[in-house]
Design a protein around this ligand. Structure first.
Ligand SMILES: [Zn+2]
Length: 447
């Protein structure tokens, strides 16, 4: 009852009238355009790209100068393939040229920041219109999983840290009630708190769980270990961290609900999300132009992994044009049986930085450690720290049952992958702190 009232009356009033946003119009349009055939999406993307390039070329000093140096102008963009000639940008480009990347056209803008691998936040600008458009993409993508606005949602993710003033707590709590959200903070995963979280879940009886991947997996393992149960939601939406197949299986079996993977980032919000067919992640195609490129900047062949490169078609305030975000993924080429014309990302492999290199030139994918360590039920949390190219420390938070035999097996398995020249240290610790955003960093490079 409240859900329907919220979606059809309260949210439109708040969003359109009070805030003057266009989010709901964009959402409505996106609900239609998701069924367009691929060709129509491609034509629309080309038109939107041409508009964006013209805007950047005439009003953003950085792009104007850089493209002129490359002999590029918008007139040259006659097909999506032509776009491959445009230079790539990285976090470093933004760090060095942020002000020159801004448009000189006055517009309502907001400043956002990402965490970043080095812990150094990256600031960027976002136009209000772009914010409305990306929120609409999130409403639609979450909607595929039954998590559109108005559904009763429980969030398992990083809550506010430090001393939050009481008035702010009240305000947040009112907002949550208004939106039908409740929150479990993944910063508070102590044994006592875990029991409280279980009670909260069962009292609240959420329809949808929205969670960071690793904390929810940790929560599922806790329920398994303690032989506890929670009420089953209709669906589970995970994101912010890579989802491994074994994590999906555990969550589905413990919570008795389907898991929907999403992929997003602070720079773009929702990049892709699974529909009920679970064939990959449908891209937020109306808002973003996503490319998967090899290390030489060419599109990857079918089924091969590559670098994720994103262009935001509407962030006019500070355009992101061919931004290499540091993630690796595999493009999908087949049509999804759901009938949506939005292309698929077949698989998000994870962060490029999670790969470890050994002195004899081996590359160990970030997936290796989560897969190996899941075989040790007493390991609750872990982190791999590469201190030097020949030295890796494995930090472990373990329960009482971690035996000497486990230790030997673990070392043997890790050595068989890294090769004998790498020195592996096991370090048992009480806790492995999450990042400021509440994410669990699997691999840390301390070199
Ligand atoms: Zn689909």
């Amino acid at each position: 009852m409240y859900g329907s009232l919220y979606r059809h009356v309260l949210l439109p009033f708040f969003d359109r009238v009070v805030k003057g946003r266009k989010t709901l119009d964009y959402w409505q349009q996106a609900e239609q355009s998701q069924w367009w055939p691929r060709e129509k999406h491609a034509v629309t993307q080309l038109v939107n790209l041409q508009r964006l390039l013209r805007h950047a070329e005439t009003t953003c000093p950085y792009y104007k100068k850089t493209w002129a140096e490359h002999g590029l102008s918008t007139e040259r963009l006659q097909s999506l393939t032509d776009f491959e000639a445009w230079p790539l940008i990285t976090r470093d480009t933004i760090r060095r040229h942020r002000l020159a990347m801004r448009t000189t056209v006055p517009m309502t803008r907001m400043t956002k920041a990402t965490g970043g691998s080095s812990g150094e936040p990256l600031q960027f600008d976002l136009s209000a219109d772009s914010n409305d458009r990306r929120t609409a993409m999130m409403y639609r993508g979450y909607g595929w999983a039954g998590g559109a606005p108005g559904s009763k949602q429980l969030y398992v993710w990083g809550g506010a840290l430090g001393n939050v003033p009481t008035w702010k707590k009240w305000k947040t709590s009112l907002h949550h009630r208004f939106d039908r959200h409740a929150v479990i903070s993944c910063f508070e995963f102590t044994p006592e708190k875990m029991r409280e979280h279980v009670a909260k879940w069962n009292r609240y009886r959420p329809e949808v769980i929205v969670a960071y991947t690793n904390p929810l997996y940790e929560f599922a393992k806790y329920l398994q270990r303690e032989n506890l149960t929670v009420t089953s939601p209709q669906s589970i939406i995970v994101g912010a961290e890579k989802l491994h197949d074994f994590q999906r299986e555990t969550m589905q079996s413990v919570f008795q609900a389907p898991v929907f993977e999403t992929y997003g980032s602070r720079e773009f919000m929702l990049i892709g999300a699974e529909c009920p067919e679970h064939r990959g992640l449908h891209l937020s195609q109306e808002n973003l132009y996503v490319e998967i490129l090899d290390d030489d900047g060419r599109p990857t062949p079918t089924g091969e992994e590559g670098n994720v490169v994103i262009t935001d078609l509407f962030n006019d305030s500070m355009p992101f044009i061919r931004y290499v975000n540091g993630d690796r993924a595999v493009a999908g080429f087949e049509q999804c049986p759901c009938g949506r014309g939005l292309p698929l990302l077949k698989k998000v492999v994870g962060r490029q930085l999670d790969t470890l290199e050994t002195p004899d030139g081996r590359k160990i994918p970030g997936e290796f450690f989560p897969h190996l360590l899941k075989e040790f039920p007493c390991i609750r949390r872990f982190q791999v720290v590469q201190e030097a190219v020949e030295c890796i420390t494995l930090k472990l938070v373990v329960d009482g049952g971690f035996t000497l035999a486990d230790r030997e097996t673990l070392l043997r398995e890790v050595h068989s992958c890294t090769g004998p020249v790498v020195n592996i240290q096991l370090q048992l610790v009480d806790d492995i702190p999450l990042t400021g955003a509440g994410k669990h960093r699997v691999v840390v490079h301390a070199m």
